[in-house]
Design a binder for this molecule. Structure first.
Ligand SMILES: NC(=O)c1ccc[n+]([C@@H]2O[C@H](COP(=O)([O-])OP(=O)(O)OC[C@H]3O[C@@H](n4cnc5c(N)ncnc54)[C@H](OP(=O)(O)O)[C@@H]3O)[C@@H](O)[C@H]2O)c1
Length: 344
């Protein structure tokens, strides 16, 4: 979508909003989001959000306990360069607090997505999918993120059984009704994600999508598109597993690394691993994910201040050549094993 059509649509939306007498606070929140920048913007499903196609994933800064000074530098530089989606979770250690401290004062410039269901209390990690648990988690996130309203709260990868039982969805629906969050979503994979899309109660889906994790491309993305859901691609650069010459110690990265060895994509192995620019492994990985059906925003995790701008520049090259994308899909279809399901 061109910047011109996005701006025009926003202009019409704001005019309509004015006649419908929406609150001044809403207008103030919407206006700075017309910010310019070279990166493509996409309408997030049928919501009113126009998202820059590269967002920020807040797990790494939490788990790596990145210094506050670095987080502030990273997020402020990215906002200056066109970032407008920040995704985090109640359970990414202190990620929410860190984001709130770093950019809470610039809240009008970004859409804020968080997740609930996994909690840390008294140093212990646990899950709470009750209605009260969901509502309490949303309240906690509001405080930690220094905001009075969230743009999106997502259930953080509960099972299909928990979704079917439904209490957690009711909790989220209530949070939306109470004005604590503008939209609600599900974050997860495989059959649970399929159920979340089918049930029709969510505004968005966040799911793993990358060159070594392609189950979603047929299982959930086409239906999500049909239902006009916003789609967030998580793990969108496949944890950059081409970085590892040998099997990584990091258990979270190990499965993807093993899949890459089996898939043997030539652009991500051997000497090609060090290639830079949009046709190197990072550029190819990001551009592959960004061209999948329904994908609106890629939330790459990083602890490095310069990374967001670097990745944005790679993505400005646009979609991969059709033949390369088809080859990546074909290799997957030929090699993927039945247990290569979407990885949380
Ligand atoms: N269940 C869930 O809901 C769930 C699960 C997983 C993830 N998520 C969300 O998705 C986000 C992203 O997931 P993720 O961080 O696991 O995966 P990812 O974004 O695919 O990978 C992040 C890793 O890639 C590296 N990287 C980024 N750009 C690079 C580049 N151009 N060249 C080389 N390395 C690069 C980063 O290292 P540097 O620090 O060196 O940049 C980081 O180690 C998370 O932050 C979280 O918000 C949600």
């Amino acid at each position: 979508m061109s910047m011109r059509s996005a701006s025009r649509r926003d202009f019409l939306r704001l005019s309509a909003a004015a006649t419908a007498a929406i609150s001044l606070r809403d207008l103030a929140r919407a206006a700075p989001r017309l910010a310019t920048g070279g990166l493509e913007r996409r309408r997030f499903g049928k919501t009113d959000m126009q998202v820059a196609v590269l967002g920020f994933g807040g797990a790494e800064i939490g788990y790596e306990k990145t210094a506050q000074e670095t987080v502030a530098k990273l997020l402020n530089a990215a906002l200056d360069a066109g970032l407008n989606v920040v995704d985090t979770s109640a359970c990414y250690i202190d990620s929410e607090v860190s984001i709130g401290e770093a950019i809470g004062a610039r809240r009008k410039e970004y859409y804020l997505f968080t997740k609930c269901g996994h909690v840390i209390a008294d140093g212990k990690r646990g899950e709470d999918w009750s209605k009260e648990g969901v509502l309490a988690s949303v309240e906690r996130s509001l405080k930690r993120l220094k905001t009075d309203v969230l743009d999106l709260v997502q259930l953080h990868s509960c099972s299909k059984d928990v979704l079917e039982q439904g209490e957690c969805i009711e909790g989220l629906e209530l949070a939306k009704k109470q004005g604590k969050t503008r939209y609600i979503g599900y974050s997860g994979d495989s059959q649970a994600a399929r159920y979340a899309v089918e049930c029709g109660r969510f505004d968005s889906l966040q799911t793993s999508c990358n060159f070594v994790d392609q189950e979603c491309i047929e299982l959930t993305l086409p239906l999500a598109k049909e239902k006009q859901m916003g789609v967030v691609a998580k793990r969108p650069i496949a944890n950059a597993v081409w970085r590892y010459e040998k099997k990584p110690d990091n258990g979270y990265h190990e499965k993807y690394w093993q899949r890459l060895q089996d898939l043997r994509y030539e652009w991500a192995l051997g000497e090609a691993r060090t290639k830079e620019g949009p046709d190197g492994p990072a550029g190819t990985a990001l551009r592959f994910t960004a061209m999948q059906p329904a994908v609106d925003v890629l939330i790459v995790g990083t602890t490095k201040p310069e990374r967001w701008k670097q990745n944005a520049t790679l993505m400005e090259a646009g979609p991969l050549a059709k033949e390369l994308e088809a080859a990546i899909r074909a290799r997957w279809k030929a090699v993927a094993k039945p247990d290569w399901t979407g990885q949380t």
